[in-house]
Design a protein around this ligand. Structure first.
Ligand SMILES: [Zn+2]
Length: 383
């Protein structure tokens, strides 16, 4: 087999086309882009279909290339079609949903996170279909990643695959571990009273400051939990809402916080810690309830897992990418492959991580072209 080269102009125009579909989530407008991907793959001779689960009106994509023989080597490539909203359009110097190609870069929402990853997988899939492979290659392009919906989970949980690549932006550096994320809301209930007679009530604002002190102490404790590739556990208060009126002791305050955790920490144990954390606030007469509102679990595979070694080697050879062990501080769908489907998977892709969720987001076309070549070499060796 000869490894392919895709031209920069073809790679850039495919990425621009993917960006031109406004797939912002919320609300989750992936359908037209999913249809385009299936059509493109079908034109390339690939068996591709829309999957109307878990949402009837938000189809996602699965495509299969190769033998499908039981026991054959089976590699899964995974990407998410949704993007975060563009935010204030005035801050963009280009239309975030046009796909402007300029100076070796493609600009637009999702360029790096992660439509360049999807473009790389589509082009590598087309190559594999044309070259013919003995094993199996499955492409999974999911909805709902940006809001922790079960898109990827639905696509991969029944796959009998033995390696996976989640195409989040890493500039072709292999990451074997991803941090987990949980959001919590603590509701602090006090006793309202007229502000002229504050001793009669119990001010939920005081409860809020007491709660914040507990979070600060907790943060110092969990900072001792560290991972060599993704650093320490974190807990950060991020949103506050509450109070009734200027002259009323606050009846209720809601405090939201963001908890980043390591693979060694279980979410059930963290829930217990979160609840106990506010016992000192309860002792001051406040009712405090704690609820977890969103979860992305952490995931990890060994740094020397075969898929990691293989992609690291090809990335170094093709693009001089760094080969040191690395991890991602943000949460990804790697957890669905590793934790839910038992597929050893790395996080690796052509996007630039610092570009994720920014104004004037872009992806580098040279890295996209390199990614196609690295994927093709990996498919050739693996399947
Ligand atoms: Zn992403």
């Amino acid at each position: 087999m000869v490894t392919p080269t895709v031209s920069e102009s073809e790679a850039a125009s495919l990425l621009a086309e993917l960006i031109s579909y406004d797939t912002q989530n919320p609300p989750g407008r992936e359908a037209a882009c999913s249809e385009f991907i299936v059509e493109w793959l079908t034109d390339a001779g690939i068996d591709a279909e829309l999957v109307y689960e878990p949402f009837e009106d938000r189809p996602q994509v699965i495509a299969t290339i190769g033998s499908r023989a039981p026991g054959a080597d089976h590699l899964v490539l995974n990407g998410h079609i949704d993007v975060v909203p563009p935010g204030d359009r005035e801050q963009w110097s280009v239309d975030p949903f046009e796909g402007v190609v300029s100076d070796g870069k493609v600009y637009g929402r999702g360029a790096s996170d992660m439509k360049s990853g999807i473009a790389a997988a589509m082009l590598a899939g087309r190559w594999a279909e044309a070259a013919g492979i003995d094993g199996t290659l499955t492409l999974t392009f999911a909805v709902g990643e940006e809001t922790a919906e079960p898109g990827t989970k639905t696509l991969v949980e029944d796959l009998d695959a033995d390696a996976g690549i989640v195409l989040e932006p890493t500039e072709l550096e292999v990451h074997t571990v991803g941090k987990g994320l949980a959001w919590y809301v603590a509701t602090i209930d006090g006793e309202p009273a007229h502000a002229s007679r504050p001793h009669v009530g119990n001010n939920a604002v005081d409860g809020l400051f007491a709660a914040d002190t507990e979070i600060t102490n907790y943060r110092e404790t969990i900072a001792e939990r560290t991972h060599p590739l993704i650093g320490e556990s974190l807990c950060t208060p991020t949103m506050v809402e509450g109070g009734t009126k200027e002259n009323v002791l606050a009846e209720r305050v809601e405090l939201r916080f963001d908890r980043r955790f390591l693979p060694a920490e279980s979410i059930e144990e963290i829930d217990v810690e979160m609840d106990r954390l506010f016992d000192p606030v309860r002792e001051q007469g406040f009712d405090v309830s704690v609820e977890r509102t969103r979860t992305y679990e952490a995931a990890e595979i060994p740094t020397d897992a075969p898929i990691a070694e293989m992609v690291r080697e090809h990335s170094a050879a093709v693009a001089a990418a760094p080969t040191e062990p690395a991890g991602k501080e943000a949460a990804t769908d790697q957890r669905n492959l590793v934790n839910d489907a038992g597929i050893p998977a790395i996080i690796w892709g052509p996007g630039t991580p610092e570009q994720s969720h920014t104004f004037d987001e872009y992806a580098r076309v040279d890295l996209l072209v390199d990614a196609v070549e690295i994927l093709a070499k990996t498919i050739e060796e693996r399947c």
